[in-house]
Design a protein around this ligand. Structure first.
Ligand code: ADP
Ligand code: ADP
Length: 226
């Protein structure tokens, strides 16, 4: 069953002189636990998809159903809760807090809400990501791959059912990129999360259950890897 489904999703940026149709009638359907890669040229609308699915921006048309709820019908307050609890987003810019250590950075999203922190889960997550010996380190004391894993940990902290990641390995060398991706895949499987990853990296796309190819705000073709 689909956990995430868009129907005729549209996003327009700008006004009449600068109008850009970033997404045109996008229909995607993603099943629970599925790992889907989104590929496509620069400017084709990939990040826009993530912003809409993540509840960071609102569409100009169409629907986004997550667990059978149309997130466009949520109030700003409900949408804020959706962002905190239902989806975990890993951005290209890691946005780690330099003054907070690894554990504090991972727990940060939980501090913003009223939900309790499940310490057992957080510790398991830190172990799964191979950060157990780095819990008390500051981001500046970590390698690039470790910093990326902290950002992944932060996205997973609230036990979201969906992980959205924008080029999560874009700044890493190819070996570290593979390792980080394996950890992301492994933790999402372990915690039964659906994984949607934007990537330029063919090796990552190859490992996905399915690849969605976006060109000019539309789906070009679908490929099944399995
Ligand atoms: P991708 O992630 O595939 O590189 P984006 O989703 O970032 O593409 O952008 C899709 C299109 O929408 C591009 O033409 C981009 O210039 C435009 N766009 C994205 N965000 C904005 C914005 N905030 N304001 C105006 N145009 C935007
Ligand atoms: P990688 O091979 O992943 O790029 P590095 O060579 O950057 O790793 O770092 C090797 C180890 O040294 C890592 O475990 C990292 O945590 C640690 N390290 C790197 N820079 C610092 C630092 N400034 N302070 C403390 N530890 C560091």
């Amino acid at each position: 069953m689909a956990i995430l489904e868009t129907k005729n999703l549209c996003k327009i940026y700008g006004n009449k002189d600068t109008k850009i149709e970033a997404l045109r009638n996008l229909n995607i359907s993603i099943n629970k636990g599925e790992f889907v890669a989104i590929i496509g040229p620069s400017g084709s609308g990939k990040s826009t998809i993530l912003h809409l699915l993540g509840g960071i921006e609102r569409p100009n048309g169409g629907t986004i159903n997550v667990n059978n709820i149309d997130i466009n019908t949520l109030s700003d307050k409900q949408l804020a809760k959706y962002r905190r609890t239902e989806v975990g987003v890993v951005f290209q810019q890691l946005n780690l807090m330099p003054m907070l250590n690894v554990k504090e950075n991972i727990e940060l999203p939980l501090m913003m809400g009223e939900e309790n922190i499940d310490q057992d889960y957080i510790n398991e997550l830190i172990n799964t990501l191979g950060l157990d010996k780095r819990k008390n380190h500051l981001p500046s004391q970590l390698s690039g791959g470790q910093q990326q894993r902290v950002a992944i940990g932060r996205a997973l902290a609230a036990k979201p059912s969906i992980i959205l990641a924008d080029e999560p390995t874009g700044n890493l060398d190819s070996k570290t990129a593979q390792e980080v991706m394996e950890l992301l895949k492994m933790s999402s499987k372990k915690f039964n999360q659906t994984l949607l990853v934007i990537t330029h990296d063919e090796n990552i796309a190859k490992k996905a259950d399915r690849v969605i190819h976006i060109v000019d705000g539309e789906i070009k073709k679908l490929e099944n890897n399995i």
